[in-house]
Design a protein around this ligand. Structure first.
Ligand SMILES: [Zn+2]
Length: 162
């Protein structure tokens, strides 16, 4: 049973600058948040996503729902833990990007051709899902330090084929 009060430190991203949604197109939502009924810019989660009536939930309410569902004691602890589900994935992508840059004597992510970037994203997803079980992913997400997370993710890097 994980500690429901622990606030996991935030993963520091190097290439995505902690703004992983930056590259996404802004989407205009004509409907307010399904829970709080307020207008919002950042989607936290989508309920009934695959139905013909998906319900959009704002980030704040998504964290609140996650807190209730997972039994966290504080919103801060829930937000930090929830953040990890995304950031561990981004960190894995970044490790692969770093490796590719190093192996090809490139110095910036801007030097990556689009097709290589797309291939990296694809491989990151495939290898992450095949190398780690559901339980292993949870364990990684709940590691305290970024060093520990990186050490664990590095084990899957040999299976990347670029
Ligand atoms: Zn809301």
């Amino acid at each position: 049973m994980p500690d429901k009060e622990r606030v996991l430190p935030q993963i520091k991203l190097k290439y995505f600058h902690n703004k992983p949604d930056k590259g996404q197109k802004p989407v205009k939502y004509d409907k307010p948040c399904y829970y709080c009924k307020r207008k919002f810019e950042k989607v936290g989660s989508v309920l009934d996503a695959y139905s013909d009536r998906p319900k959009m939930v704002c980030e704040d309410c998504a964290i609140w729902a996650y807190k209730q569902q997972e039994g966290f004691r504080t919103k801060k602890a829930a937000a930090a833990r929830r953040r990890r589900m995304f950031d561990v994935n981004y960190l894995f992508q970044e490790l692969i990007i770093g490796l590719y840059l190093q192996n090809n004597d490139l110095h910036s992510i801007n030097e990556l051709p689009d097709e290589v970037f797309e291939k990296i994203m694809e491989q990151a997803k495939d290898v992450y899902n095949s190398f780690y079980s559901k339980e292993a992913k949870v364990k990684i997400e709940e590691l305290e330090t970024q060093d520990e997370v990186e050490r664990e993710l590095t084990k899957a890097l040999p299976f990347i084929n670029l």
